[in-house]
Design a protein around this ligand. Structure first.
Ligand code: F0G
Length: 457
């Protein structure tokens, strides 16, 4: 398999810490076997997330120098607003400090106790905000998305029968909106098709229900549509992105992903009254409606990043790099989520460590072993991330028990990907017969994966 040639060259380098195995063992014990608690100084190649870890371009850095730091009416906000209008097409843009800031405003604005929110698989912060406001999340993604081995090209698609049944059973009045992610992070970065999104939009519209897009990786989703969906191969990624948004009533955005920035986000809606309520809330939780918790220079960097993000050479090199890592692991026989997604290669830890009980966290266990082997930090996407069911208090057991090798944009080279692949293959071979995993020493109540501490079982 060939690694894509990057459509950029390196102008500034950041030295990486190299560590010894004894050092990593000590760091891992200090972190309570939770890779989220490792210090970055102790990590060699950091594939924890693609969120805010992107390398900005010279144009983005240059734009930061002209950031307007005025409290009210900053020029930089209007640049960002214009970029969102041009590339995403939404009428009203409310800036927030990052994606979950937008989720907070959206959830407070639309969700009341007793409401239900269908979505194409949960995301951690998204569902937490829905629940915090008294809502209940319902997974309406197609069954194929929960089967790691299934090769469906659009595993992010909504199962329309599931959605229709939910609307019928609960009544449209108790469903403020359908939350549609493009791509679906927890399924391994799987895209939704335009045809499916159109049907979701039409079904929701008939019942007076809004469709809100989680746009964090919608550009990557657009690239998959261009590659895989009949009729869209000749359209530009930029045009397809507009088509995705056109089939929704608003969006929550984490600019830390597609937009190649290190921080930032926004909420967008088409309805002027909703925009007005969102502006009232943003002042309370984020900052004035013309900065929303961002500096002027952040907004400049995002505005430039949005335009760069839809350039085909950027998005294709990004996704091809992830695919390269996926092919190297697949060739060595590692069980992966198929097809490989846009932002990450996900190893099926349930299949890799079949003897480790689910409540001893196979994915967390494998992620700790990978770090120990090479200093590569992955992320856990399994029982630890899924948390407990608020009603029963039991661990949720999502079908997917994954470790996610998340690739930041424009940051790592082919040699880094090869080192990651070699280490993952080694760890997979060494741990195939492992029988026990990890147990909690400390378990926080919300979003436990960030702060939890473990010990070997
Ligand atoms: N939606 C999706 C699909 C995400 O992946 C994230 C963040 C958010 C919303 C929240 O945005 O971090 O800017 O507040 N995902 C990161 C990750 C944290 O590692 O997957 P945020």
């Amino acid at each position: 398999p060939r690694h894509p040639a990057e459509p950029w060259r390196i102008k500034m380098v950041e030295p990486l810490p190299t560590t010894s195995r004894p050092h990593r063992r000590q760091a891992l014990e200090k972190a309570g076997y939770n890779i989220s608690l490792l210090r970055s100084e102790d990590v060699y190649i950091d594939l924890y997330t693609d969120s805010g870890t992107n390398a900005m371009s010279d144009h983005q850095w240059a734009a930061m120098m002209i950031g307007d730091e005025s409290y009210a009416g900053a020029r930089s906000f209007y640049r960002l607003e214009a970029a969102v209008h041009e590339y995403y097409g939404y009428e009203h843009v409310i800036p927030t400090h990052q994606g979950r800031g937008a989720e907070n405003i959206l959830s407070r604005m639309l969700i009341r106790p007793g409401h239900h929110i269908p979505g194409n698989m949960y995301f951690t912060t998204t569902r937490a905000h829905q629940e915090l406001n008294g809502g209940t999340f319902h997974d309406v993604i197609i069954d194929e998305a929960h089967d790691p081995a299934c090769e469906h090209p659009f595993k992010g698609d909504v199962d329309l029968a599931k959605l229709e049944r939910l609307i019928h059973d609960l009544g449209p009045d108790r469903i403020p909106y359908v939350c549609v992610a493009a791509t679906v992070n927890m399924a391994g970065g799987q895209p939704i098709s335009l045809a499916n999104l159109a049907e979701v939009h039409e079904l929701a519209r008939r019942h007076g229900i809004l469709v809100i897009l989680d746009a964090a990786r919608a550009v990557e989703n657009a690239w998959f549509i261009k590659q895989r969906e009949p009729g869209w191969g000749e359209h530009s990624v930029a045009a397809i992105l507009r088509e995705i948004c056109a089939r929704t009533d608003g969006a929550a955005m984490s600019a830390k992903k597609d937009s190649l920035a290190n921080i930032g986000g926004w909420l967008a809606v088409r309805d002027p009254d909703l925009a007005e309520s969102a502006r009232e809330l943003v002042v309370l939780y984020e900052g004035l409606h013309t900065y929303g918790g961002m500096t002027g220079r952040d907004m400049e960097a995002i505005a430039v990043g949005i335009a760069e993000s839809v350039r085909e050479e950027n998005v294709s090199a990004r996704i091809d790099q992830v695919a390269y890592l996926g092919r190297r692991l697949a060739e060595a026989g590692l069980p992966l989520v198929r097809p490989v997604g846009g932002h990450a290669v996900c190893i099926d830890a349930g299949a890799a460590l079949p003897q480790v009980p689910r409540d001893q966290f196979p994915a967390q266990t494998l992620a700790a072993a990978l770090y120990l082997d090479s200093g590569v930090r992955a992320a856990e996407r399994g029982v630890v991330s899924a948390g407990r069911d608020p009603a029963t208090g039991h661990n949720r057991h999502p079908q997917l028990e994954l470790i996610r090798l998340t690739v930041p944009r424009r940051v790592y080279t082919q040699s880094h990907m090869d080192l990651v692949a070699d280490s993952a293959v080694r760890v997979h071979e060494q741990h195939a017969h492992l029988h026990s995993g990890l147990v909690f020493l400390h378990e926080p109540e919300t979003l436990r994966f960030f702060q939890a501490r473990f010990a070997p079982a």
